[in-house]
Design a protein around this ligand. Structure first.
Ligand code: SAH
Ligand code: SF4
Ligand code: F3S
Length: 470
């Protein structure tokens, strides 16, 4: 079904089970199995959960059969994301029948949205834990173990888990996420996130720099700073003596070591400033890549979405990025068939795509989410077949553009950070260039975590292929 089209996309990363080698090797008396859905922030939250559970004597396992505790960290962004989780929960419940004492917990955005409904009405889980309540997991597990209802979905204005060192799950030892803020204060009318994640709050800048430094010391060579709206990061120390903005934070992380690459996601077009662009330009290790979700190319629709920028304003922002960062990779998110979208609005979306010429786009048709401003204010009036046809047109244009963008890079030489062995061949390594494009090349004697200059001689729709050069 054409619900979304992605390559490797945050929101499409579904159902990956995690268990880090390190914790698997240690002897824990109890085991937990965790599956994560949704955005990178949710995946990073699972690493915080793993850390909290390790302290409680629970080790991670990839083998669901040996788990005493199954956790599903969920996403509510579109209806399909929730349906996938419900299916999984039903499967886990079957397992529960044959495994005495097995507990099932739901974490994340769906837990927050549905609260105790999954526990009381549908009896699908033993525990419901919202995104700001992970510190209470040990108590909730004990409670659920005695057969009581175990729920904590309180949202917090302060919680950032800043002091908890995430246990890296499913890691390649080279690239890692670092959450810098939580929640979102924007009220895009289509979006459930402000309701499931609560108010925006920024994490202590020192704890962010400390975490990134530790990662570097442990051999990691790339960090991606995460937030729903990173450009509005603003941290004030408890005694008000120190404030840190996003460009300042970016600079502090870049200064840890020139060999540590820095990425960030997501930028709201209204908040990314020239100052951020100049910091990116100043430091070679801050990647030339910006994810700048446009959502729609029509000013009228953008207003209904409460995105607070116009088509022209967005286009100027793109021009400014190209001016200050001529080699910058650009990606976006697009929603087709939002309430009242006309054929003309849709044409304007295609048109803004022609203008921005995105390297990567995450494309969806509109999925009404209960409780959002759009659900309350507007009618979801575009028929599903029209939404999907428009999505197909957006996807096709993107395919053509991305192909052209890949071909443009043939003949060029890029600095590639090696992430591991290519999926297709043991003889090849893969990594990414500055602009976030995947590059594959013969292994020779290169290793994971090294930077290699690669000259590109061909490409597929998603990969640049080349050979190392001196
Ligand atoms: N904070 C990010 C986006 C987070 S959600 C930002 O502001 O850009 C990721 C993407 O999911 C959004 O950019 C949007 O394109 C899509 N999305 C969010 N709600 C949706 C909905 N109700 N239906 C379809 N797509 C949606
Ligand atoms: Fe949702 Fe808008 Fe916040 Fe992004 S900025 S998380 S789309 S409300
Ligand atoms: Fe999904 Fe929640 Fe992230 S709704 S996209 S997991 S913030």
């Amino acid at each position: 079904m054409l619900d979304q089209v992605t390559k490797v996309h945050d929101e499409s990363r579904q159902g990956e089970a995690f268990a880090p080698e390190a914790t698997e090797n240690q002897s824990y008396s109890k085991k937990f199995y965790i599956e994560s859905y949704g955005c990178a922030m949710n995946f990073n939250d699972s690493e915080i959960v793993a850390s909290i559970l390790n302290q409680e004597g629970f080790g991670a396992t990839r083998d669901i059969e040996e788990a005493n505790l199954i956790l599903v960290n969920t996403c509510s962004i579109r209806e399909k994301a929730e349906l996938t989780v419900r299916k999984r929960l039903t499967e886990f419940n079957r397992l529960k029948k044959s495994t005495p004492g097995l507990l099932i917990g739901i974490l994340g955005c769906m837990a927050e949205r549905l609260k105790s409904k999954l526990l009381e009405e549908e009896k699908l889980v033993d525990m419901v834990v919202g995104p700001d309540a992970y510190r209470s997991l040990p108590a909730l597990i004990t409670e659920a173990g005695t057969g009581q209802k175990s729920v904590n979905v309180l949202l917090s204005r302060e919680e950032t888990y800043g002091d908890i060192s995430p246990v890296r799950l499913d890691n390649n030892g080279v690239t890692s996420f670092v959450s810098i803020m939580r929640g979102c204060n924007n009220m895009c009318t289509f979006c459930v996130v402000p309701f499931t994640r609560g108010r925006e709050r920024s994490r202590d800048a020192h704890s962010i720099v400390r975490e990134a430094t530790e990662l570097f010391d442990n051999g990691y060579r790339e960090v991606t700073l995460l937030g729903q709206n990173v450009d509005s990061y603003y941290w004030t120390s408890a005694d008000d003596s120190e404030t840190v903005t996003f460009p300042q934070l970016l600079e502090r992380v870049a200064l840890i070591n020139p060999l540590l690459r820095v990425r960030f996601s997501t930028s709201h077009p209204k908040d990314i400033t020239d100052e951020v662009l100049f910091v990116i330009a100043k430091y070679e290790n801050i990647c030339n890549y910006i994810h700048l979700p446009v959502q729609s190319g029509s000013t009228r629709v953008l207003q209904l979405m409460n995105r607070t920028y116009t088509r022209e304003w967005y286009m100027k922002k793109v021009e400014r990025i190209r001016e200050i960062l001529p080699d910058c990779g650009l990606s976006t998110d697009i929603i087709t068939g939002f309430c009242t979208e006309t054929e003309e609005d849709h044409q304007q979306t295609l048109d803004i795509m022609r203008f921005a010429f995105y390297d990567l786009a995450y494309m969806y048709f509109y999925s009404e989410r209960p409780g959002t401003l759009a659900a309350r204010r507007y009618q979801d009036d575009i028929p599903e077949d029209v939404k999907k046809r428009r999505l197909a047109e957006v996807v096709e244009l993107h395919r053509q553009q991305s192909e052209a963008n890949m071909k443009k890079d043939v003949g060029k030489t890029f600095k590639v950070l090696v992430e591991g062995t290519s999926k297709r061949s043991d003889e090849h390594l893969f990594g990414r260039n500055d602009q976030n494009k995947v590059v594959v090349f013969p292994r020779e004697n290169f290793k994971k975590g090294e930077y290699v200059m690669v000259k590109v001689d061909s490409c597929t729709s998603g990969t640049l292929i080349g050979k190392a050069v001196q």
